[in-house]
Write a protein that binds this ligand. Sequence first.
Ligand code: FEO
Ligand code: CA
Ligand code: CA
Ligand code: CA
Length: 657
Amino acid sequence: LIPKGTGFAGIGFKSIPPNLLNPATRLLEKDLVSVPEGYTAKVLIAWGDPIAPGGPTWLADASQDAAAQEKQFGMHNDGMYYFPLQPGKVVGRTVSSQARSLRGFLNQPINSGLLCVNHEYTQESILHPDGLDVVTIAKVRKSQAAHGVSVVEISKNGNEWSFNRNSPYGRRITGNTEMRVSGPAAGNALLKSKKFSIQPTGSVDTGTLNDGYTAYGTLNNCANGYTPWGTYLTCEENWNGYFANSTRDVVAIPGIEKSDILAGQNRYGVSTSSSYRWPEVDPRFDASTNPLEPHLFGWVVEIDPYDPQSKPVKRTALGRFKHESAQVVVDDNNRVAFYQGDDERNEYIYKFVCTQPLNPKNRAANRDLLDNGVLYVAKFNDNGTGKWIPLVYGQRGLTPENGFRSQAEVLVKTRQAADRVGATMMDRPEWVAVRPRIGGYKEIEVYCTLTNNNRRGTTPVSSNQPDGTTAAGGARPTVNPANPRPDNRYGHIIRWREDGRRVTATTFKWDIFFEAGDKTRLEPNLQGNIKGDDLSSPDGLWFDDFGRLWIQTDHSGDGIGDLVNIGSNTMSCADPNTKQVRRFLTSPTDCEVTGITSTPDGKAMFINIQHPGDRGTTLNPTIASNWPNSQGYGPSGRPRSSVVVITRNDGGVIGGL
Ligand code: FEO
Ligand code: CA
Ligand code: CA
Ligand code: CA
């Protein structure tokens, strides 16, 4: 099946053309998902579909309230993972020596599973009948209910995949769901925000404080991960956008310096207003009067999809930033690491190494593996080597005189800690993917999309100073070999191999997989060096279990300007050995393609179309898309982010020969 030593089973489909803008109509040629000949793409679940017991059927006029939305599929779905339905057993793609192996999972059942899906954000103009010109607590509660995560039971009957609207596993985790906080930062004074009673009619100040071990809700869940013990990891990205500090000041809190809190709000981008407008009616999100609440966001959250009663857990040991994916690797010693990006211009790449090894025979023994370990940040040297720098209290200036009084504070202020130790500022680290060690391929090889960066140049304007005072996105570093282009409009993909094939390695070798661009352009900065089909702004990234690298994109302005030859967003497939890229999927209008997972046999692939019709709204007659309605799905009315299932008409493996 796989030629020895190559770690790659080959690509079998014929690439499809880009979906370009028609200059006469100013619309994309196709307002639909296109896949190669011999494949079928169908909408499986869309925003508002009922996925938990008692959930009402979605109404196209958006008149349903928060209580309905709490039992319906959330909005703007992003990262996701398919868990085969085998309650009580260690599942996922587990094997003892490596998190993936062809033999290890081919016998797993493939006809039903639990799809865990992130809901990154909401578009208020589509979510409410009258948009957000007037903000009410009812609208805010609906918005909060449309965030978070969905656990959806899906199954295959004949060749058709569908979701179960009354599954006992069907579950919504929202912006208000009670969660446990664990790991080194749990219980710290910085996490003891005001305790509110969260009611449909408002958040009532109880006059007491949270205990530092409790949080409410998960927000802006972008990319994701999974664990070898069969749990889902959801990653909180742009959580700062839900808070507002209109005073640029905070109420006094005994034992904590105001300046310390404000420096943190600045470094993570909490601003004076929020486009979601929650703080105007929900005081929990007022970062001036409830200034510690932001410290309860920016974490990786672990969810057990097999136990609908389980409480999600915020795992603070993995650090606090604007998380993209958390991708697991288990090495030959059963040591476990999670690779993570912080998606903002000039932020960092991280790795968390668990102290305890994986116990492949006992699921319960791994339950708190994510609470103990070392968080490292990456430094990419100019000569193709790299270093993992540990973020450990007391080391490398992470000391009280520099504002770090404990490991808890190092983790709450992960960005400031990384600034201080001299990590490499990257061009917006998005998803991470790990190459499967199959067919004799033995390297631990990790890839990360650097989606673009318009704040890198030849003249530094400022940098993230060691004192951590620079605002989020404020830096403008010069180019370096790992981020080689000023004004990196098309993005690139970097990869590294751990020295000694151990996840515990503190050194690695890196190279650039490709620089994206439009090869017809003459400017070297814009041409890129992709072999095969061009793309722009790589974002979603995933290896299938056959060694194929799948790349999803997130640019805006389909077919306009820099994208005139690239068109809509895409999903492509790359050969990790030759770097050849083939276009597999083109998207409908003004969406991104994000989120990717498959059944263990590789014969059904799931991807997300997020924020279709983004440039218009149903209130706006100039709207360019109502996708997926144009394909006949659901009643007419408004565009809906959706999960799409892709199958091969001959029943074969997606992407295979
Ligand atoms: Fe939500 Fe970094 O994309
Ligand atoms: Ca997105
Ligand atoms: Ca993304
Ligand atoms: Ca993106």
